[in-house]
Write a protein that binds this ligand. Structure first.
Ligand code: SAM
Length: 301
C-alpha cells in the first residue's frame, strides 16, 4: 500500500519526508525548512490570501508552506531551484490540483511573463520563506522588472527586515530601504526564532509584508537615474554626497552640476547621502536630470 502523504508543518512529518527521500540539505541554496504551524498560519494570515488569488511562492522546499498556500489560494506557482526536491514536491503536493511547480532559478526566470501567462497580467501575491543568500536580488528583481504584484509577504533575515523599513539617521538605512519604500509600504509581521526551522539558521528571522503602492509616493522623472544616485550615495557612505556622486562609475555628471544641484536642493556642501529622505532623493534626481538635459541641449547648439 502507498504511504499516505503527510500534512506538513511540524517537525515529525518533515523528518518523515526527509527520511523517505534520503534528502540532504544544500547549504548553498539557503535551505532552512519551516517546522512551526503557528508561524505558517501567521504568514498565510498576513498575506490575506483568498481563493481569488494567484500566489507565487519562491523556494517551496519540501512543500510545507505550499500546502498551506494551496488550501488558501486559487492558484499557486512555486519556483524551486533544487532538482532533488522536485520528486518530493510531486509527492507532498499530490493532493492539490491548483499548484504548478517550476524547477528553475528564480533569478533567471521571466516572472513578468509567467504572471502574464498564468494570471492574465493581474497582480499576484508573492509569499515565501526566502533563501537568505539572495533576498535582496530577489526583491529588487521583482520591483525593478515591474512584475504586477499586490503584496510580498516573506521570511527574511531579521536584520534585512529592519533595513527595509528604516529611515535616515540610522545605520541600517540604505539603498534597500529606499527601494522598498519607493515601491511598497513595509510592515514587520513577526519575529521568528531559529528553532522554528530545520536546520536552525544562525541568525534571527522576521516575516515582513510589503504592500505595493498603486502609485509611487514621490514624483520622479527618471526612476533609473534616481536609483543610480541612491546607489552612488551609499556605495561610499562615509563620503559626502557630492564626492559619492562624483566617484560613481555608474554616473557621469560634471562636478559643477553635482554641486549646483545639491545647493538647489537646499543642502550644504558637506551633506551625506545617508541624511536624505526618499522625497529628497527624488527631488535631487529631478534637478540633476533637468540640468543634464540642459547641458545636452547646449552641446547641440
Ligand atoms: N518554503 C520552504 C519552507 O519554508 O520550508 C523552504 C524555504 S528555504 C529557506 C529556501 C528554498 O529556496 C529552498 O527550498 C531552496 O532550495 C530554494 N532556493 C534557493 N535558491 C533558489 C533560487 N535561486 N531559485 C529558486 N529557489 C531557490
Amino acid at each position: 500500500m502507498k504511504t499516505p502523504v503527510p500534512t506538513l508543518g511540524n517537525p515529525q512529518n518533515t523528518i518523515e519526508v526527509l527520511k523517505k527521500y534520503n534528502f540532504t540539505f544544500q547549504k548553498k541554496y539557503g535551505q532552512n525548512f519551516l517546522i512551526d504551524t503557528h508561524v505558517l498560519d501567521k504568514i498565510i494570515a498576513a498575506a490575506e490570501i483568498t481563493k481569488d488569488d494567484f500566489v507565487l511562492e519562491i523556494g517551496p522546499g519540501i512543500g510545507t508552506m505550499t500546502q498551506y498556500l494551496a488550501r488558501a489560494a486559487g492558484k499557486v506557482a512555486a519556483v524551486e531551484i533544487d532538482k532533488a526536491l522536485i520528486p518530493i514536491l510531486q509527492d507532498t503536493l499530490s493532493g492539490y490540483d491548483n499548484v504548478t511547480v517550476i524547477n528553475e532559478d528564480v533569478l533567471k526566470l521571466d516572472i513578468a511573463k509567467l504572471v502574464n501567462e498564468e494570471n492574465g497580467g493581474k497582480p499576484v501575491k508573492v509569499v515565501a520563506n526566502l533563501p537568505y543568500y539572495i533576498t535582496t536580488p530577489i526583491i529588487m528583481g521583482l520591483f525593478e522588472k515591474h512584475v504586477p504584484i499586490e503584496s510580498i509577504t516573506v521570511m527574511v533575515q531579521k536584520e534585512v527586515a529592519d533595513r527595509m523599513q528604516v529611515g535616515p539617521g540610522t545605520k541600517d538605512y540604505g539603498a534597500l530601504s529606499l527601494a522598498v519604500q519607493f515601491y511598497a509600504d513595509p510592515y514587520i509581521v513577526a519575529n521568528v526564532p531559529p528553532n522554528c526551522f530545520m536546520p536552525r539558521p544562525k541568525v534571527g528571522s522576521a516575516v515582513i509584508r510589503l504592500t505595493c503602492h498603486d502609485e509611487p509616493p514621490v514624483q520622479v522623472d527618471d526612476e533609473k537615474l534616481m536609483f543610480k544616485i541612491i546607489r552612488a550615495s551609499f556605495n561610499q557612505r562615509r563620503k559626502t554626497l557630492a564626492n559619492g556622486l562624483n566617484n560613481s562609475p555608474e554616473l557621469s555628471i560634471p562636478k559643477e552640476t553635482i554641486i549646483a544641484s545639491i545647493e538647489e536642493l537646499g543642502k550644504g556642501a558637506s551633506v551625506r547621502g545617508e541624511a536624505l529622505t526618499l522625497e529628497e532623493f527624488a527631488a535631487l534626481s529631478n534637478i540633476i536630470g533637468r540640468k543634464l538635459q540642459d547641458l545636452r541641449e547646449e552641446n547641440l547648439r
